[in-house]
Design a protein around this ligand. Structure first.
Ligand SMILES: [Zn+2]
Length: 211
């Protein structure tokens, strides 16, 4: 039980609550937040707590109902899954765009994250081709579809082509594949990533000489 003082237009009062958020969005540590200030809004029946992290001393704002049911906790913690080391080495730009697209998606920016995934695919495919000794000038100056057609692996080419189609649906006014959505785009983009990862792992393994 945490006892705290809060203020409303009538002045200072005391109350208690059972729990507060525990994870600081700034330093990502589990912390016992200090309640530095609490304001009760009598119109909306909500508490706003100004909480200081005991680890990093940054402030978060926790909003809950008069029954202490959580409403919001800002800044929001936004998670993403980083690209693997081998993929990030192949295409650092892909890794960054992929990360930003996930952050957008996990922040509910669902109208723009699909475009981000489509852009991530473009960087991944072009860097993959350049690594596979295709002419950098040609690859960088042609369309994504032209680049995809250069891919030797039938599997990567086929799946990447579909990702590009679904990615275009996320970008253009008219959607052509009406039975497919963002989750299909992500599934197939992840498939392309895995195929490329497998190839990179295969090449790394092949370089090991028998001793
Ligand atoms: Zn902190």
């Amino acid at each position: 039980m945490r006892y705290f003082d809060y203020y409303d237009e009538n002045g200072k009062h005391s109350s208690s609550l059972n729990s507060l958020p525990k994870l600081c969005s700034f330093c990502n540590t589990s912390t016992a937040f200090e309640i530095r200030y609490c304001r009760y809004n009598t119109d909306k029946h909500i508490f706003n707590f100004f909480l200081e992290c005991a680890e990093c001393n940054r402030f978060s704002i926790y909003t809950c109902s008069h029954l202490f049911e959580p409403i919001d906790f800002i800044p929001h913690k936004v998670c993403f899954t980083p690209a693997s080391e081998s993929i990030a080495k192949l295409s650092p730009s892909f890794a960054e765009i992929y990360k930003q697209s996930q952050l957008a998606e996990n922040s509910n920016l669902l109208e723009i994250c699909g475009m981000g995934y489509r852009k991530a695919l473009e960087f991944l495919i072009k860097d993959y081709l350049i690594k596979n000794s295709e002419s950098k000038d040609k690859v960088l100056n042609e369309t994504l579809n032209q680049s995809i057609q250069r891919i030797a692996s039938e599997q990567i080419k086929t799946v990447a082509e579909r990702v590009a189609w679904l990615g275009n649906d996320q970008t253009h006014y008219i959607k052509k594949h009406t039975d497919k959505d963002l989750s299909d785009l992500k599934l197939f983009l992840d498939t392309v990533i895995k195929y490329i990862e497998l190839e990179l792992n295969y090449l790394a393994a092949k370089q090991i000489e028998k001793k």
